[in-house]
Structures are given as structure tokens and as C-alpha cells.
Design a protein around this ligand. Structure first.
Ligand code: ADP
Ligand code: MG
Length: 667
């Protein structure tokens, strides 16, 4: 009785699309809530306020004309008569509408009226007969239109009424004045009024955040059980190390160091997130902690997301720590044969104090003599996976996670409730803020001239190209095409080379080494340079089609320049500016990574910003921990009540959270 295909309109093909999106039953279907709602109303031209979005209806008095501006940019213009006035409408990248936007056609344009009261820049154009007024649920289900999806859901509802299962414990639902499940389902897929909307969005968000809260509480419970012996480190050696540094630690670095040392002394496993912008000096703090652990006769492991980064860490840490007696080694899947055997033996016998490698290091069948400390670089938040692997190996080292996507403290505490947090907010003195400009592709000539200028001054530049598709071929092809383009735009003596993730580690390393040595002037690259690459002589960064990246990622990319004494410049190039997007303006205003990530979290949510897989932070369907911060805090407090309640719904939530944590995949 619960087959998807019993719904009119769902055949075998549609069923497999639904299944691919995780919908396997009628219950799944009705529990697929909208991710947003759009309120469609046709506005009144006289009430239009310059710059604010509005939908207007009229008839076309001059058919659409299309101009091809440049690569992937077309401009369609037509005249629309609205309430007796003629508007000059412009819409970008809708050239395919040309055939229907003919004189006499009735259509609805959504967009902004310019200050002259005549020009109208549309973000959407629809024929009147296709325009539906009212509150429309937006599902964004892959490959299925919203209207079709809504229809299916409504016709599936009666069939499942009897098998509904409440998801929010009654005592909490009543406390917050939320409707019960049957009442909720009646309006969630077909809201009529603004107050319906407020009710259903609150229930959806609350349920999501409560689940999240319960999961965090469960993680905390696992963590609280872990007891580790306190470390008796040699504070004199640590002091000598710090005073031998060529600079003084910033106050934030000192605080973070103190917090970590307190953890080392506790008989409880350290679970600490050290967050700060790229270049804020996290690595030094980690190095100090490693030294302390080694003086306590225990071993340390440092894991980085890429081989390039791991090698850099290995070089830097060996240089820093070996004068203080720390014996380091590098291990990755690329290290083979006798060299590998030696490292493995050294770790087992304890003749190696610090091993550095990629994140896969802990998945290797390695035995440690006495692993006391694990540092995980650029692995946001929980490192749920790593913890699980270590637990299963019977290892409970103190753990330090380093993140260069720092978020404001209150938000961090709310979101990463089971981690302790140290933040480095101020940069070491003497850094020049990077000059940043967001522009469209019409500025490319000027940018190429500026690249050339910098090269003539002996500097270097990065050009970052997004992957259009995550396919093996495209990546190389895109980079190849861009390399050729920049070679043709710049004088022949300028050396331009490409870098992308599909290259072998050796190739990547060779290209990066020759860029670092100054032999390559322009490095055209995918985001493989995002984290950790350090070339102080590079002063210019250009990111093409930056709309394909999140703000935090762009900020990280920008952090690749401005590492030396010279003024650095960064260009973010996007044609979205022409469509009226101001998403990127914050990058021009500030270089404070805390503010930028907060805005990024507001725009995209934590699942997108941090990556759901590696962090365990869900892609919330509707809730947004930044926008809904208050509700999140309420839900986190309620989650504590759930943990101690005997209510069957509570027990089920806890059970589900634990099995979700256990299921966290291991590649
Ligand atoms: P992060 O790991 O946060 O990206 P690093 O620890 O790699 O930053 O530090 C970036 C650079 O700043 C390094 O060259 C480091 O030696 C230097 N540095 C770190 N702390 C200070 C400080 N307090 N004063 C001056 N320079 C510092
Ligand atoms: Mg770092």
C-alpha cells in the first residue's frame, strides 16, 4: 500500500529519480519538506521602490532583442507596457526566451526598477499564463520540478495518515506552541497565509536543530567517558623553545597555548579546536604543544589534508623542533619500501617522536609506542571519522583540530558544543591587509596588465579557475585552456604553468616547488592551492568565476598572497555583478575571517561551508544556525532535557543519533 508508484504521475522513471534523492516510500515523500517558500504576488508599478525587488505584469510592445556580450553572457531587452507606462526591461542569460517574448505577449517580470523609473533589470521573466500567484513551496528536489513535486506530496498524504510518527517529543512541542504532525503536514506542503508559513518554518527548523542538539549531546557523552593520563611535560624546555623564537607570541597565541597546556595536564582527553585565519600563527602553537608532549615521553602525530601541506609542515616542524631533540618523520602512501619500514619501526619502538602525514595516516595499520597527541590540520570541527578510527584502535590521544575557517565564539560554542575552542583573532604585527576588488569580466584587460606589472617588478601571480564539473577530464582541460589563454595574453617570456588535482603528487610538488623558486611567474590553478601553500613573493591573486566558491573559501584563497612585505592585491571576477549580486561585497570591506565566515554561514549554512562528510554538521534543510541562532540555543538546551527523558520519542531520537555517529563513513 505504500508504494511510490501508487501516486498518480509517478512511474518507474520518476520513482528512480525519487530514490536517487533518498525518497523510498510515501512516508519519505511527505517528509520531504520544502527548503524554502516563495511568495509570488504581482505588484503595483506605482508602489515600486527603486532597488527593491518587485513583480510586475504587462504586455510586450517591442519584441525581445538579444545581444551577445561575451563568453556565457547575453543580454535580452524588450519593452513592456505596465499600467500605461513603457518599461525598458533587461534580463541576462535568458536568450532562449527570445522566441516567446514577442510583441503582444503577456508576461510577468521580477526584478528591480532603476531610479529613472523606466529601466527595469529583471532576474526572472515568465509568461503570464505560467506565473502562479500565492505562496509556493520550493523543494529543489534534483530533477523534479517544484509544482510536480508538490502535487505528488498532496496526493500521497491521505494514504499515510495512519502511519505517521511524531518526531518531536510532546512536552517540547507543546512548550513551543508547535502544531502536531498531522496538522503540520496539512499546511507544510500547502500554506495559505503568512502565519501558516511562520508556523511550519518554526516547526521544521526546531526539529532539525533539536536533532542536531541531540547528536552533539551524544558525541559529548562518548567523549566524556574517555580518561587519559595527565602529561608531565618539561616546562623549562618549552620555555626555552618559546624564547628562542624569532618573534614574540601574540596575546591570543599565548592564551591558546595556555588553554592547550591546561588540557594536557587534565586526566581527560583533549578535544580542542584551534581556530584562526590563515597566517594567524596556529602552527607555532601546535608546535609548542608537540614539544611539550615529547618532553613528557609521548609521541605526536600531525595530519594535513594534502601531501603538499603535509610536506610543508614536515619541513617547517623539523626545522623548528629538531634542535630541541624532537625526532620527526614523514609518512604518506607515497613513502615506500625501506624508508617506509623504517618509519613504521621507529613509531613502534618509540625512536620517532613526531610523525607528519596526510589525514589517511591514522587509517594505516601503524602501531605507536605511545601516541599521546594528534593534531589535525584544516579538518573542520569534529573530525568525527578520525575520532572513531582512533577509538577503534584503542588510542585516545589528546586531540587538537586546527581550522582556518574561524567562526565567532558564541556560534562556535553553539555549533561545536562538544569541542573546547581556542581562537586566535589578531594577526602577528606588520601584515598589510590585502587590497581586494570584486569586478566583472570586462576588467580582464586591466587585470592582465596589472599581472604583467607585478611580474616586471619581480613578483608572481596566482590565477584560480573553478572546476566547471567535477570530472577528471574537465579539470585538466579547463586548466589547460586557461593556461593557453594567459600565455597568449602575456608576453612570451612570462612563464605560465597550470596546476590541478589530477596531477600526481610528484608533478604537483614539482610545479609548486618551481613556483616557490620563482621560475614560474603565473600559476593557473584549481583550488589545490587553497590551503597552506606559502610563496611570499606572490603579490597578485585573481579568482575567475568566483560565484562558484563560498566566501570563506575565497577568503582562504586570498590568504595565499600578502605573505611577504609587499602590498598584495586580489581580484574576484564574476559576471554575477551584472545580475545585481552583492554577495561578495564583504570581501572588499574586511579581511577578518571571523566576519567573513559568519556571513558565509548566513548565506550557505554550515553543511556547505564546512562540508557535511568530514564534520558531521548536517546540511540543514531550512534552519540556519547563524540566522536562527536563538532557536539553535533553545534547541541545544532542550536537547539536554531529551537526553535525560524517558519519553519514547526522546529515546528514539537518542538511539538514532548514536547510530548515525556510528555509521559515519570511513573511506
Ligand atoms: P597558520 O598556521 O595559522 O596559518 P602559521 O603558524 O603558519 O599560521 O604562521 C604564519 C607565519 O607567521 C609563519 O611564518 C610564522 O613563523 C609567523 N608567525 C607566527 N606567529 C608569529 C608572531 N607572533 N609574530 C610574527 N610572526 C609570526
Ligand atoms: Mg596552517
Amino acid at each position: 500500500m505504500e508504494k511510490l508508484t501508487q501516486v498518480k504521475g509517478i512511474g518507474a522513471a520518476m520513482e528512480s529519480r525519487l530514490r536517487a534523492g533518498g525518497v523510498h516510500s510515501l512516508l519519505d515523500l511527505i517528509h520531504t519538506y520544502p527548503v524554502a517558500y516563495e511568495t509570488h504576488r504581482i505588484g503595483d508599478l506605482d508602489a515600486a521602490i527603486t532597488g527593491f525587488p518587485i513583480s510586475l505584469c504587462g504586455s510586450i510592445v517591442r519584441s525581445a532583442a538579444v545581444a551577445y556580450l561575451r563568453r556565457r553572457l547575453t543580454k535580452t531587452t524588450f519593452d513592456l507596457k505596465v499600467a500605461g507606462r513603457i518599461l525598458k526591461v533587461t534580463v541576462f542569460n535568458r536568450e532562449y526566451l527570445r522566441t516567446v517574448l514577442k510583441e503582444g505577449a503577456e508576461c510577468v517580470v521580477t526584478g528591480r526598477l532603476e531610479s529613472d523609473g523606466i529601466r527595469f533589470t529583471a532576474s526572472d521573466v515568465q509568461l503570464r499564463k505560467h506565473y502562479r500567484e500565492g505562496i509556493l513551496p520550493v523543494y529543489r528536489f534534483p530533477q523534479i520540478g517544484d509544482a510536480v513535486f508538490a502535487k505528488w506530496v498532496l496526493s500521497a498524504l491521505p494514504a499515510v495518515q495512519h502511519s505517521l510518527r511524531e518526531e518531536i517529543p510532546d512536552f517540547l512541542r507543546i512548550k513551543h506552541g508547535l502544531p502536531d504532525l498531522p496538522a503540520f503536514l496539512r499546511i507544510v506542503h500547502q500554506p495559505q497565509t503568512e502565519s501558516d508559513l511562520a508556523t511550519v518554518t518554526k516547526r521544521i527548523k526546531y526539529e532539525e536543530l533539536l536533532r542536531f542538539g541531540v547528536k552533539i549531546a551524544c558525541l559529548k557523552r562518548i567523549n566524556d567517558r574517555t580518561v587519559t593520563p595527565p602529561k608531565t611535560y618539561d616546562i623549562q624546555t618549552v620555555r626555552r623553545f618559546i624564547s628562542a623564537l624569532p618573534f614574540e607570541l601574540t596575546p591570543d597565541q599565548k592564551n591558546a597555548t595556555n588553554e592547550i597546556f591546561m588540557d594536557l595536564k587534565q586526566p581527560r582527553q583533549m578535544m580542542r579546536l584551534l581556530q584562526g585565519d590563515v597566517g594567524s600563527g596556529k602552527t607555532i602553537v601546535a608546535a609548542i604543544a608537540v614539544l611539550a608532549v615529547v618532553t613528557a615521553k609521548e609521541q605526536a602525530a600531525l595530519m594535513a589534508p594534502t601531501e603538499v601541506l603535509a610536506r610543508q609542515h614536515h619541513l617547517a616542524l623539523t626545522q623548528l623542533l629538531s634542535p630541541f631533540g624532537v625526532r620527526t618523520a614523514y609518512l604518506s602512501s607515497g613513502v615506500k619500501g625501506k624508508e617506509r619500514e623504517e618509519v613504521i619501526l621507529g613509531l613502534k619502538s618509540g625512536t620517532i617522536d613526531l610523525v607528519i602525514g596526510t589525514h589517511s595516516l591514522i587509517q594505516e595499520p601503524i602501531q605507536f609506542h605511545r601516541l599521546g597527541f594528534a593534531v589535525i590540520d584544516e579538518q573542520h570541527r569534529f573530525g568525527v571519522k578520525q575520532r572513531k578510527i582512533l577509538r577503534e584502535k584503542g588510542l585516545t590521544p589528546d586531540m587538537l583540530f586546527m581550522s582556518a575557517t574561524p567562526i565567532p565564539r558564541t556560534l562556535a560554542i553553539a555549533m561545536f558544543g562538544d569541542l573546547d575552542i581556542s581562537s586566535i583573532k589578531t594577526m602577528p604585527v606588520g601584515r598589510k591587509p590585502i587590497r581586494t576588488e570584486v569586478c566583472d569580466f570586462s576588467q580582464m584587460d586591466r587585470i592582465v596588465r596589472l599581472i604583467h606589472d607585478q611580474i616586471q617588478l619581480g613578483h608572481q601571480a596566482y590565477v584560480i579557475v573553478p572546476l566547471v564539473e567535477k570530472s577528471v577530464k574537465t579539470e585538466a582541460a579547463d586548466i589547460g585552456a586557461s593556461v593557453r589563454e594567459f600565455r597568449s595574453l602575456l608576453p612570451t617570456e612570462v612563464k605560465v604553468e597550470g596546476l590541478h588535482g589530477r596531477m600526481t603528487p610528484e608533478e604537483k610538488y614539482r610545479i609548486l616547488a618551481s613556483f616557490a623558486a620563482g621560475d614560474i611567474s603565473v600559476l593557473v590553478s584549481t583550488t589545490v592551492v587553497e590551503v597552506g601553500v606559502n610563496v611570499p613573493n606572490a603579490t597578485l591573486m585573481v579568482v575567475l568565476d568566483c560565484e562558484r566558491f563560498g566566501l570563506s573559501q575565497l577568503h582562504q584563497l586570498r590568504g595565499r598572497v600578502g605573505r611577504g612585505a609587499d602590498q598584495a592585491t586580489c581580484f574576484f571576477v564574476t559576471d554575477d555583478l551584472l545580475l545585481g549580486s552583492d554577495r561578495f561585497a564583504i570581501l572588499e570591506r574586511t579581511t577578518d575571517g571571523f566576519l567573513i565566515s559568519e556571513e558565509d554561514l548566513r548565506q550557505r549554512g554550515p553543511g556547505e561551508v564546512f562540508g557535511e562528510e568530514q564534520t558531521g554538521i548536517p546540511r540543514f534543510r531550512m534552519a540556519n544556525p547563524v540566522v536562527d541562532r536563538e532557536l539553535l540555543e533553545t534547541a541545544l538546551a532542550d536537547a539536554k532535557a531529551v537526553m535525560t527523558s524517558s519519553d519514547p520519542v526522546c529515546r528514539r531520537m537518542i538511539h538514532e543519533a548514536f547510530s548515525e555517529i556510528e555509521e559515519t563513513n570511513i573511506d
